[in-house]
Ligand binder design. Structure first.
Ligand SMILES: Cc1cc2nc3c(=O)[nH]c(=O)nc-3n(C[C@H](O)[C@H](O)[C@H](O)COP(=O)(O)O)c2cc1C
Length: 184
């Protein structure tokens, strides 16, 4: 049931992934689900760059070196963590957003539509028992030095993916009542 899938979706991190590869067909299915996200004015602003194989390692090195270069006091442990995360994943999908060239809607709506596409991917991963999470380090501001980004295209983070062995802890949320006002 969709409600159970929503509730059971968890952020599962690269350190928890095993070595099992994800079939290309599964990644394509996940991207197809992303592509059915709602979209105001049908701009379909989500863009994806799928990194598998050696490109994942290159991403790890690029991010770790950027961290070292831009941080006044870089820590060796953090450097290694940043470097190794893509390698520990079966695939990494860079989440990008393409701004409507005519700016017919505010940017937040295009970011929101992209986030809805990510939720579709994340729920699909839950169903397929693929661990995943959206990572949004400040280093994403440098991604145009790693892969080409079109005019008005922004990288909003990375969707790390991999199979896992250990079941994650159940999620926690404060009650929705605390966040809701009913107007009668
Ligand atoms: C837009 C967005 C960005 C996120 N960025 C990060 C991140 O940079 N680092 C991280 O550890 N988790 C990140 N997360 C995942 C959250 O930490 C995770 O969803 C949260 O802890 C709740 O856990 P759950 O997803 O298992 O319910 C991000 C989630 C979203 C929606």
């Amino acid at each position: 049931m969709i409600f159970d899938l929503i509730k059971n979706r968890r952020a599962i991190f690269p350190a928890q992934y095993n070595d099992k590869p994800i079939a290309k067909e599964e990644i394509e299915k996940i991207l197809e689900a992303a592509n059915w996200a709602p979209t105001h004015r049908k701009t379909e602003p989500w863009r994806f760059k799928v990194l598998t194989g050696a490109s994942k390692e290159s991403l790890g090195y690029f991010l770790a070196e950027k961290y070292q270069e831009t941080n006044p006091k870089p820590k060796q442990l953090k450097f290694r963590k940043i470097r190794d995360k893509p390698k520990q994943s079966a695939a990494v999908i860079a989440i990008c957003m393409q701004r409507d060239p005519e700016e017919r809607l505010p940017e937040w709506e295009e970011i929101a539509a992209t986030a809805m596409a990510v939720q579709n991917m994340w729920l699909c991963c839950t169903e397929l028992k693929i661990g995943a999470y959206w990572s949004s380090p400040s280093l994403i501001q440098y991604m145009d030095e790693f892969f080409p980004l079109g005019e008005g295209e922004k990288c909003l983070g990375f969707f790390y993916m991999g199979y896992y062995d250990e079941e994650p802890e159940p999620g926690m949320r404060r009650p929705v009542d605390e966040k809701t006002v009913w107007l009668k």
